[in-house]
Ligand binder design. Structure first.
Ligand code: C5P
Length: 250
C-alpha cells in the first residue's frame, strides 16, 4: 500500500462506495463478475485495496449481490486489508443506480466526500483516486476521471429492418469527447440529493449531478483504470498484474 498518498486533513473525511452487485453477463457464464479471480485474488478485493490504498479514504462500503452479502463479508475477512480503513458490506439492488443508493444509505455521518467506484475497475492506481479526492476538496461538487478517445465515435439510428446496417446520424468531434472512468468523487450532500431527485436511468453517477444542473469536472484518468467487461479485458488485467509484479521485483 502506498504511504505517500494524499493524507486526510482534519475536518474532511472520505468514504468510498463500491457497487459490486452486477452479474457481469458480458463476461460469460460463472460467478458474479466482482467475485471472479484476477491473479488468484477476487476482482472485488483488488478494487477494495485500490481505494483503501488512499490514505484519505477512511471507510469503504461494498455493495454486494443481493443474496451474497455474507459471502462478500467473509471474503473481506479472508484477505489482508489496511487497518486504518473501516469496511461495511450491504446488499445491492436490481440496477447499478439502486445499488449505489443503498450504499449511500449505509454511510454513517461524518464523511463529507464520497467516491463511487466500480468493482469492475480493479486496477485503478492510487494517484488517480487521490487526484479525484483533491479536486473535490478544492471545491468541485462532482469529479470524474477520464481519458481522450482512441476511436472515432459515430451516433447511429435504428436499422430500417432487423439485421440491416444501422445508419450513421452524426460524428461528434473526437477531440471534445472523453471516456469516463471511476472512482467518481462527490460532495456527499450533492450526490445524496442527486440520488433522491433523479429517477432517469443513467450509466454513471456524475450524470445524475448533471441532471440537477450542477457542474461536473474532469481530471486525467489512467489507462489501467479500465473496466473489466468482456473476456479480453480479463487477459489485459492479468497482463497488467504480471507487469506490476515484475516491476515490484526490481
Ligand atoms: O454493468 P456495469 O459494468 O456497468 O456495472 C458497473 C458496476 O456496477 C459493477 O461493479 C457492477 O457490479 C455494479 N452493479 C451493481 N448493481 C447492479 C448492477 C451493476 O452494483 N444491479
Amino acid at each position: 500500500m502506498s504511504d505517500d498518498s494524499l493524507p486526510s486533513p482534519a475536518g474532511t473525511r472520505t468514504a468510498a462506495v463500491i457497487p459490486a452487485a452486477g452479474r457481469g453477463v458480458r463476461l460469460g457464464p460463472g460467478a458474479p463478475k466482482a467475485l471472479r479471480a484476477l491473479g488468484g485474488t477476487p476482482m472485488l478485493i483488488h478494487a477494495v485495496r485500490a481505494l483503501a490504498a488512499s490514505r484519505a479514504v477512511s471507510l469503504v462500503v461494498v455493495v454486494a449481490p443481493p443474496d451474497g452479502a455474507a459471502e462478500v463479508r467473509s471474503l473481506l475477512d479472508a484477505h489482508a486489508l489496511p487497518e486504518r480503513t473501516d469496511f461495511l458490506v450491504v446488499p445491492g439492488g436490481e440496477t447499478r443506480q439502486e445499488s449505489v443508493r443503498l450504499g449511500l444509505d449505509a454511510l454513517p455521518e461524518g464523511h463529507d466526500i464520497v467516491l463511487v467506484h466500480d468493482a469492475a475497475r480493479p486496477l485503478v492506481p492510487v494517484d488517480t483516486v487521490d487526484a479525484v479526492i483533491e479536486a473535490v476538496r478544492d471545491g468541485a461538487l462532482a469529479v470524474v476521471p477520464a481519458l481522450p478517445l482512441a476511436d472515432t465515435v459515430k451516433e447511429v439510428g435504428a436499422a430500417p429492418a432487423p439485421g440491416a446496417p444501422e445508419p450513421v446520424v452524426a460524428t461528434p468531434e473526437r477531440a471534445r469527447l472523453r471516456a469516463v472512468q471511476t472512482p467518481q468523487g462527490f460532495d456527499r450532500q450533492t450526490l445524496v440529493r442527486a440520488h433522491r431527485t433523479v429517477t432517469d436511468e443513467v450509466t454513471d453517477d456524475a450524470g445524475m449531478v448533471e441532471k440537477l444542473g450542477l457542474g461536473v469536472v474532469v481530471v486525467p484518468g489512467h489507462e489501467e483504470a479500465f473496466k473489466v467487461t468482456r473476456p479480453l479485458d480479463l487477459v489485459l488485467a492479468e497482463a497488467v498484474l504480471t507487469r506490476r509484479r515484475l516491476n515490484d521485483g526490481f
